[in-house]
Design a binder for this molecule. Structure first.
Ligand SMILES: NC(=O)c1ccc[n+]([C@@H]2O[C@H](COP(=O)([O-])OP(=O)(O)OC[C@H]3O[C@@H](n4cnc5c(N)ncnc54)[C@H](OP(=O)(O)O)[C@@H]3O)[C@@H](O)[C@H]2O)c1
Length: 258
């Protein structure tokens, strides 16, 4: 167990990074913002710091490369999607599942966010003192269950909205069977890959959770390799099928890299 950090390098000062940095500052933590061009010297060398990686999934490999040599226990990755393959050479790296939605002036905590890893208890405590709802998942199996659950969210709140040109609320109203199939398939396959049982009431909780963000829409689905695409790949590796996610990917012309 590493000593509690005395400083946080928040790397990637976009929507998530700025919200986490603000909360940590409110909690009295010494925060160093790291952008593509500033702050990297300390992020690479500071022995007393925790690095919170807040860039999008596709930018994570380059950031990890920049941190080569930093103990994994001093790193926390909070991306939304299936990033386990990217973290294979970072054993003991902390993770976060962010359950707030931040977009410009809009901010809503849909559920408590979750952190895990060697500094997870410290991080959850600091973010909570800073005004966010954050819990610490000590047990890796508990975190895995929650991660699979979040993959259901990731697969619905993105690609299907872009394909059908609908807001999230209208998508659930007009295509409830498809939405539920995409969601359930994602959770079941990710749970199987992680060796955990899916949450039995996940769909009902999801529908309740997204109530404040029914307005969300997207014209272009992002990070498909880490969301619906990851589900299809995982399914294949398990000898299973993921037809609901796969047909949306085909409609999007997904070639396996986006
Ligand atoms: N926004 C939300 O409400 C929300 C909620 C839950 C989870 N998430 C997840 O959190 C992750 C980040 O999302 P976001 O919405 O915060 O994205 P974002 O607003 O695009 O912010 C990402 C930031 O990371 C920066 N960045 C990229 N590579 C970097 C590098 N090598 N060094 C330093 N900075 C770098 C980007 O800089 P440039 O602008 O120069 O590219 C950008 O400022 C995604 O996985 C997302 O799915 C987001």
């Amino acid at each position: 167990m590493p000593k509690d950090p005395v400083r946080a390098h928040v790397i990637g000062m976009g929507e998530v990074g700025r919200r986490l940095a603000e909360a940590l500052e409110r909690a009295g933590v010494d925060v160093v913002p790291v952008t593509r061009h500033d702050g990297w010297d300390g992020a690479r060398t500071d022995p007393s710091s925790i690095r919170i990686l807040c860039m999008r999934e596709q930018d994570l490999p380059a950031a990890l490369e920049m941190l080569d040599g930093v103990p994994p226990q001093r790193v926390v990755a909070v991306q939304n999607g299936w990033i386990r393959p990217l973290l294979e050479s970072w054993p003991g790296c902390g993770r976060g599942l962010i359950w707030f939605m931040s977009k410009g002036g809009f901010f809503n905590e849909l559920r408590p966010s979750i952190v895990t890893g060697p500094s997870g208890a410290w991080l959850a405590g600091a973010l909570t003192r800073g005004g966010l709802h954050v819990t610490f998942a000590e047990d890796p199996a508990q975190f895995a269950k929650l991660e699979a659950d979040k993959m259901g969210f990731n697969c619905v709140v993105g690609l299907p909205l872009a394909i059908h040109g609908l807001t999230l609320g209208r998508y659930l109203d007009e295509r409830p069977d498809e939405a539920r199939a995409v969601f359930t398939e994602a959770i079941e396959i990710c749970s199987r890959a992680l060796g955990v049982d899916p949450e039995p009431d996940a769909w009902t909780r999801f529908v309740r959770t997204i109530e404040p963000i029914r307005w969300v829409a997207t014209s272009k689905a992002k990070a498909l390799d880490y969301r619906n695409g990851a589900v299809v790949r995982l399914a294949r590796s398990l000898g299973l099928a993921a037809p609901a996610n796969e047909s949306l990917l085909i409609a999007a012309g997904w070639s396996g890299r986006s």
